[in-house]
Unconditional design. Structure first.
Length: 376
């Protein structure tokens, strides 16, 4: 019997596994995909995650970004040189996720990929986890299986209302001018936005309907190709992938009997700009700390995990949702009076790099935008 079984080997699951194994606990991680695997994601990572771990992420950082360019309908640009920040990391998710799970395996984590979990059952003081190739048991269970988490559903959580998203991977030469710049476009997608991050040998273009659960994927594909054309890139061999994002919607308990949910399975994803990797890894680390305490006899440890996430992330993501509601009521005016101003662009860039929270900037943004007609 394992101390903990983690279903899902993305950044959340791998982070939890690494931290638990470092505390000398036996851990099994199960993922239905064969690793390394492609993952539809922009691949921007806040350098703030470095303080959560004791190893160097340099091997999987392809570029760093210290500039941001905002546009409205691919025009009306505003370029920002971010000041006094640690540049944001650019990664490829197949390499990044595989790197994380490899670090966990070095600590003793057992990893079974290409294996689907088919059911879970709590029997007394242990979880029985059924898979397509055998059953496993553990004292505790972590659901880290992403936006469409089956484990969270089996634990009794209602299915989340997700939003459509997509990414377009385009190979090509990255000019010196673009190599350290992130791009964000607003207005091309109604109730959504697009972004582009440079990688070692090309770009990742991404898009999401962050305020429209009925958005059409075909529009995402068309607008992403239009966006790539603005970069004079040949998209004939580009790789296009669609997925869904489980954005934060409301605060809720993230624990049940001897089980926790983390990362996107828990909906801990920024509802304004779709950032998910940093909060996923934070929840993974917090979950490992909670289960370590629970294994030591702390009966309140799992409930404290829910409270920790509420205090550290849910309150801030609530502010992000508040700002998203303001922005998307009148996006053109909000763009001109918000992001088009250098000071606001700096604030958003610092959020991306993990050096500011929404709670710290919400009051400022509200003061700037409150006189927009219709917003109050």
């Amino acid at each position: 019997m394992f101390d903990c079984i983690i279903v899902g080997a993305g950044p959340a699951g791998a982070s939890a596994a690494y931290q638990l194994a470092q505390k000398q606990h036996s851990v099994l991680v199960i993922d239905k995909a064969a690793f390394p695997r492609n993952k539809s994601c922009g691949g921007g990572v806040s350098p703030a995650i470095a303080k959560l771990f004791d190893f160097d992420f340099a091997p999987v950082i392809e570029r760093t970004v210290s500039k941001v360019k905002y546009t409205w309908k691919m025009d009306d640009p505003m370029e920002i040189q971010l000041r006094n920040i640690s540049p944001m990391w650019m990664v490829q998710r197949d390499k990044f996720d595989n790197f994380l799970i490899d670090r966990a395996k070095e600590k003793g984590v057992e990893f079974k990929d290409n294996l689907e979990v088919t059911g879970i059952e709590l029997q007394g003081d242990s979880w029985q986890v059924s898979t397509s190739n055998g059953n496993f048991s553990a004292k505790y269970l972590i659901a880290a299986d992403g936006a469409n988490s089956k484990v969270a559903e089996w634990l009794g959580y209602a299915a989340a209302q997700k939003v459509p998203a997509a990414s377009l991977e385009v190979s090509g030469e990255v000019s010196d001018r673009r190599s350290d710049m992130a791009f964000f476009d607003f207005g091309s997608l109604k109730n959504g936005f697009m972004w582009c991050f440079p990688k070692a040998d090309g770009y990742t273009f991404s898009a999401a309907f962050v305020r429209d659960r009925q958005g059409k994927p075909e529009e995402l594909k068309q607008q992403l190709n239009n966006y790539a054309a603005k970069f004079d890139l040949d998209t004939s061999n580009a790789e296009y992938r669609e997925h869904e994002i489980n954005l934060w919607q409301e605060d809720r308990p993230l624990h049940s009997e001897r089980a926790l949910i983390i990362g996107e399975a828990a909906g801990i994803v920024d509802p304004l700009i779709g950032e998910g990797i940093r909060p996923a890894m934070f929840t993974g680390v917090a979950a490992a700390e909670a289960i370590d305490k629970a294994l030591a006899g702390d009966a309140e440890a799992l409930a404290q995990y829910s409270e920790t996430i509420k205090q550290e992330w849910s309150s801030d993501l609530g502010k992000a949702q508040f700002l998203a509601n303001i922005f998307y009521k009148a996006p053109k005016l909000a763009y001109k009076l918000g992001l088009k101003r250098s000071s606001a662009g700096q604030l958003m860039g610092r959020i991306l790099c993990g050096e500011l929270t929404y709670s710290e900037v919400a009051a400022i943004a509200t003061k700037k935008l409150r006189f927009i007609p219709g917003l109050g």
